[in-house]
Design a protein around this ligand. Sequence first.
Ligand SMILES: [Cu+2]
Length: 220
Amino acid sequence: MQRALCTGIVVICALVLVLPAAAGRQDVATLTAIVGTNDGFTIMLNDPSGKRVSEIAPGTYTVVVQDRSAIHNFHLASNEDATIDFRTDLEFVGEQSFTVTFRDRTRYAYACEPHWQTMNGSFFVTSTPAPPPPTVRKLSAVVKPGGGISLSSTSVPAGRYRLTVNDQGKRDNFHLRGRAVNKRTGLAFRGRVGWGLSLARGVYRYGSDRTGLKRTLRVR
Ligand SMILES: [Cu+2]
């Protein structure tokens, strides 16, 4: 019994030792701050892909500061989170790392202290990033002087489109009709127009109002 208990304690101790080590090995994302390259008045904070940080998820990060100038420094803080406030010394040149935990729904700002008016940046920490803007695909239609009508596709995925119509028809127009769409150029109109359209699944018909909407665009 005594022996089993001891073994049990040893096992638990081993786990306690191993778990934090394993957690510590988990990826802590690294952000890289670069300030004062060649004594220039530049400051940036980049994500691991080298893109400037504008929005990141809450959590713990290591900020590696490459302070390349004795006349500039890097200072990061927040008006909304007093727990984060770190800087390199003005005279310091070299690399320093800071491990920090950024809070959700909080804006953080960084600057070079003597030149904060021009050397500054900020980013927002949020676990619910804004959805990317929807893709706008392109379609084009041509009405030939003699009335021939063509569209750049016969079948397209549903979504948002920019349809450019080049209507050179002397007596014909371009007319597209379908779910939530009914767009046309004038019969007498000749020229170029662009329409923003939202195409839903189904069949759209197009053609000239003089000869009828005989052709179809399938939206899948
Ligand atoms: Cu500076």
